[in-house]
Structures are given as C-alpha cells and as structure tokens.
Design a protein around this ligand. Structure first.
Ligand code: HEC
Length: 221
C-alpha cells in the first residue's frame, strides 16, 4: 500500500489526539495526567511508524524490488523516460543486448557489480562525485552517468569503441587523455577487470528508480 507522507502525518496526529482523549477521560487539558498520556501515546505511535517505514524502505531498496533492479539488468538496454503520472523521470529496462558481448548469469552479474562497488569504494570516488545523493560536488553526479549521451555521441568515436560499455571503460582507464570539461579526473590506475566491473556498477545504478533524483537529468546541464 502506498500512502503519502502527509496522509501518514495527519493519521499520526489524529490517532495521538483520539487515543490521548480516550485515556484521559475525566482529566482536564491542564492536568499533568493528560500531557503525560499525550507524550506516551504520541511517542509510541511515532515509534511504530518509524519501525514500519524502516521495514517498508528495506523491502523497497532490495535488488529485485519495485525500485531497484536485479544485477542482470546489466545485460539490458536502459533508458530514462518522463512519467506523467509520477511527475518524474523513471528508468525503463529494454531488450537484452548483453554486456561486453556476453550475457551474464545472475551469479556472474552479482559478482561483477559487487566488484565494481568494491573498486568504487577503494578509490573513494565520492571524494569528488555524488553517488545516489552522497558525496562531493567537485565532479559530475554518477547516479545516472551510464545514461549520459556523451558516451555514444562523443566518447565512442573519440576512443574508437564500438559499444557504449567499451567507450566508458576506455575513458575510465584514461580520463586524463580525453577530458570533457574544465576539471580533469586523475588516472586511478584501474586494472582491466576493475574497469569492467566499474562500468557494470554504474550501469546497474543508472537503472535504480531514485524517485526522480537527480532532477532534470539530461534536461539541464
Ligand atoms: C579527484 C577527483 C575524482 C575522483 C576521486 C574520481 N573522479 Fe571521476 N571525474 C572527476 C572529474 C573532475 C570529472 C570530469 C572530467 C572531465 O570533464 O573531463 C570526472 C568524470 C567522471 C565520469 C564521467 C561522467 C560523465 O557523465 O560525463 C565518470 C563515469 C567518472 N568520473 C567515474 C569515476 C569513478 C567510477 C571514480 C572512482 C573509481 C571516480 N570517477 C573518481 C574527478 C574525480
């Protein structure tokens, strides 16, 4: 079930007031008993809501849940479209195209994306970039980096790659050779395997439905 935060807030206040009034029958609103009941009831209700939200969120951010794809999404085409009903951009998962000329099994895909995450952590990309809302603002947001049209329009011809993933990998291994903007990314000396894994992680991340974050991706520069 989906409730908006405003519905939950109104329901919490309403329930707190009603239960407090019922428990404090016979006491005036200036009596300490009334306020003690109010404090206990509203704390318990908020505790319940916090627990519910925690489980609800944990369930939603699990790979394979409604907003987070499973690892094998790296085998598919990924796009981002405006959804009028949700009033935000949502990722769409297209046909299976393979990844570096291969279709990864669920186990292989998990191992690769996981290695990408480890590589990302080992080089502290968030020192310069943002990832899913965390990190620094020195360099571009990486949440949707895979979907940047720059890879196909400019990098593929520039590095002589024939696929999107190859272009991204070659660029990541030689960022200083192919600068895009004013600021330069240093060469972080990835091994071939690490660079492949990083591309897999970035591709997987771009297919996460982040409730529209970062806003206006691909619209404003
Ligand atoms: C010292 C800062 C720094 C670190 C650390 C860093 N980057 Fe970068 N990165 C940059 C800068 C600056 C750019 C913009 C480069 C340009 O315009 O030529 C960039 C650009 C990129 C791009 C291209 C983004 C786009 O959409 O055009 C990708 C992908 C990327 N970095 C991935 C990574 C990954 C993955 C890591 C960690 C493994 C990482 N970066 C670590 C500074 C950094």
């Amino acid at each position: 079930m989906d409730y908006s935060w405003i519905q939950i807030a109104v329901a919490a206040v309403f329930l707190s007031v009603v239960i407090t009034l019922v428990l404090s029958r016979g006491y005036g609103w200036l009596s300490p008993t009334f306020w003690r009941n109010a404090a206990v009831v509203s704390s318990l209700i908020m505790l319940f809501i916090l627990m519910w939200l925690t489980f609800d969120t944990t369930e939603k951010v699990r790979p394979g849940a409604s907003q987070v794809p499973t690892w094998t999404v790296i085998n598919h085409e990924i796009g981002l479209v405006w959804n009028e009903e949700k009033r935000r951009q949502v990722p769409v998962i297209g046909e299976q195209t393979g990844f570096f000329g291969k279709v990864y099994s669920p186990e292989e895909a998990f191992a690769l994306v996981n290695k990408g995450k480890m590589t990302l952590q080992s080089r502290n990309c968030m020192e310069c970039h943002q990832i899913l809302g965390n990190g620094a603002y020195y360099a571009p947001d990486l949440t949707r980096a895979w979907l940047d049209p720059w890879w196909e329009e400019r990098v593929m011809p520039m590095v002589g790659a024939t696929t999107h993933e190859e272009a991204m990998k070659t660029w990541l291994m030689n960022p200083e050779k192919y600068p895009q903007g004013q600021r330069r990314m240093p060469n972080l000396h990835f091994t071939d395997e690490e660079a492949t894994a990083l591309v897999a992680f970035l591709k997987w991340m771009s297919a996460i439905d982040t409730n529209g974050f970062p806003p206006r991706f691909g619209v404003a520069q």
